[in-house]
Design a protein around this ligand. Structure first.
Ligand SMILES: Nc1ncnc2c1ncn2[C@@H]1O[C@H](COP(=O)(O)OP(=O)(O)O)[C@@H](O)[C@H]1O
Ligand SMILES: [Mg+2]
Length: 221
């Protein structure tokens, strides 16, 4: 069964009198442990699709399913709980907090609950992504690739079954981008985490099990 699914999803943005259709009848599903690349040019609706899939944004029409369960009608609080339980995000700009160390940044998603093991898990995840010697560094003391790997570790802190990444190689040089993609492949293979990466970088496809194209808010498999 698909771990996450979009069924006939349309997303409209209304700004003043303008209505923009960012997604048009999108059907999409990702299986457990699958790495899917969603490719499309700038403005094609990639970030919107990822936000709807990750329950950060509501569809105008259609449904979002997690583990076969329709979660579209849940309250914000219920959606937040679902998101925390099963989804990790890697944002395009990393979104690290500049005053916190690497370990503290990785712990951020655990801060709103009682989670005494979070510090130990954060250290273990950072070691796993090769940052064991950077635990107490702040973001301004890290390279772009290291920041990206901190963001990946943070996305994994609640042991999600689905990792969503927006332009994961967008701000990285070639070699660093490759290492991040290898990390995704490893997470997928070792932990059975499904990965959906939206990108305009063709290199991401080389690492993915499957590539889906999105053009003007429509999916072309
Ligand atoms: N919050 C918003 N309000 C209005 N329009 C938006 C908003 N977010 C995205 N859009 C528009 O929706 C379209 C798709 O955007 P986006 O999903 O960010 O595409 P991509 O990530 O592929 O570049 C674009 O035309 C963009 O300008
Ligand atoms: Mg985008």
């Amino acid at each position: 069964m698909a771990i996450a699914e979009l069924r006939g999803v349309t997303k409209r943005y209304e700004t003043g009198s303008e209505v923009l259709e960012a997604l048009r009848g999108v059907d999409f599903a990702v299986e457990p442990g699958e790495f899917v690349a969603v490719m499309g040019p700038s403005g094609s609706g990639k970030s919107t699709m990822l936000h709807v899939l990750g329950l950060l944004d509501a569809p105008s029409e259609g449904a979002v399913l997690l583990d076969g369960r329709d979660v579209t009608g849940l309250t914000d609080a219920e959606q937040t709980r679902e998101r925390k339980r099963s989804i990790g995000f890697v944002f395009q700009d990393f979104s690290l907090i500049p005053t916190l160390t690497a370990v503290e940044n990785v712990e951020v998603p655990t801060l709103f609950g009682d989670d005494p093991g979070a510090g130990e898990r954060a250290c273990a995840l950072l070691r796993r992504v090769g940052l064991g010697d950077r635990l107490d560094h702040r973001p301004d003391q890290l390279s772009g690739g290291q920041k990206q790997r901190v963001a990946v570790a943070r996305a994994l802190i609640n042991a999600p079954r689905l990792l969503l990444a927006d332009e994961p190689t967008g701000n990285l040089d070639r070699e660093t981008g490759r290492r991040v993609l290898e990390e995704f492949s490893r997470i997928r293979a070792e932990d059975d985490v499904a990965v959906v990466a939206v990108t305009h970088d063709p290199r991401v496809s080389e690492f993915a099990d499957r590539t889906v194209d999105i053009v003007d808010g429509e999916i072309r498999e």
